[in-house]
Unconditional design. Structure first.
Length: 243
């Protein structure tokens, strides 16, 4: 089984970290193929960058020459999953939805801890669109940028843990979801401080994608995610180098 794990930003070190986290939980025989978009922002922290990332992810996957059995979109609260499902008939798993759906097996309510406050509405909208918001106690922001996870990891971890503790003690969340692909690897530290289950979206998405492939399930092409109709596009698509 081969899974494409696509970072939504263009920071190669973050793609590497996401790929390593995915590979750590993949089943024997599952190959993880990390991909970095061919264009876009170094970090995705708002609607403009998210819409741009959606196009970049779709075109990067479309340009990929190898075979694959499923795609994981490794961006929290980002746009684009629906477009990928139109382009592909293999399963497409978004880490936002994978984390939230997994959390609902573990407790009555869950909270998401993300990076900047401006990302909160995007995550709330994604959860609502996916029908996963009813049991969301809160979406909290740690107040640091995505790339701060690499620039100042200790301060970033402390900020994330502090918000997770508040989500449990103030918002009464019973499960925490780590609300950024770059937070992969922080699970144990958050568990130690909160005492509740902590779900990482990347690892949850790997488990979901593997399950869908093993069950022989594919994206429905009857209506919503039907293959795009053939038509003329002016100066599109861009020519991308094959990874």
């Amino acid at each position: 089984m081969r899974l494409l794990v696509v970072n939504v930003n263009t920071t190669e070190s973050m793609t590497k970290s996401i790929g390593e986290q995915a590979a750590a939980v993949a089943s024997p025989g599952t190959e993880i193929v990390p991909l970095t978009p061919a264009f876009g922002a170094e970090s995705v922290e708002g609607n403009y960058e998210s819409h741009l990332a959606a196009i970049a992810v779709m075109e990067t996957v479309r340009a990929h020459s190898g075979d694959f059995d499923a795609v994981i979109q490794a961006g929290y609260g980002e746009h684009g999953r629906e477009g990928l499902q139109e382009l592909l008939d293999v399963p497409v798993v978004d880490i936002t939805e994978a984390a939230a759906s997994t959390a609902q097996y573990l407790g009555r309510s869950y909270s998401v801890v993300t990076t900047l406050d401006r990302a909160v509405p995007l995550i709330e909208d994604r959860l609502a669109l996916a029908g996963l918001s009813a049991r969301c106690a809160s979406v909290r922001a740690a107040g640091m940028a995505v790339l701060d996870l690499e620039r100042d990891p200790e301060a970033a971890v402390e900020a994330i843990v502090d918000e997770a503790v508040k989500a449990v003690t103030v918002d009464r969340a019973e499960v925490i979801c780590l609300g950024c692909g770059g937070m992969s690897g922080l699970t144990e530290r958050v568990v130690a401080r909160t005492g509740v289950p902590v779900v990482d979206g990347v690892t949850a998405a790997v488990a979901v994608a593997e399950s869908l492939v093993r069950l022989g399930l594919r994206t429905s092409k009857v209506r919503t995610y039907a293959t795009p109709r053939a038509k003329h596009f002016r100066a599109w698509p861009p020519v991308l180098a094959t990874p």
